[in-house]
Design a protein. Structure first.
Length: 73
């Protein structure tokens, strides 16, 4: 399950610009099963689309095997 409070805290430290969600999620990402990665990634996408993380947008593009987001600042 996506911990929105933890992600919001990590976003505060994130520099403006494009990023992939696994970069924001952190070290534990590679320990997750593929199913959990898909689920958590989808939860993040839906939260972004609902405006739960102000200043963060889905670019609608994929690059390097993952969806690209942008933090405006």
């Amino acid at each position: 399950m996506l911990d929105e409070d933890e992600i919001a805290n990590r976003l505060l430290a994130q520099e403006p610009g494009e990023f992939h969600f696994p970069e924001l999620y952190g070290k534990g990402w590679n320990r997750l099963s593929i199913g959990d990665k898909v689920k958590i990634g989808r939860e993040f996408l839906n939260a972004v689309r609902k405006g739960r993380f102000p200043g963060v947008e889905d670019t609608g593009r994929k690059k390097g095997g993952g969806r690209v987001y942008v933090k405006r600042g």
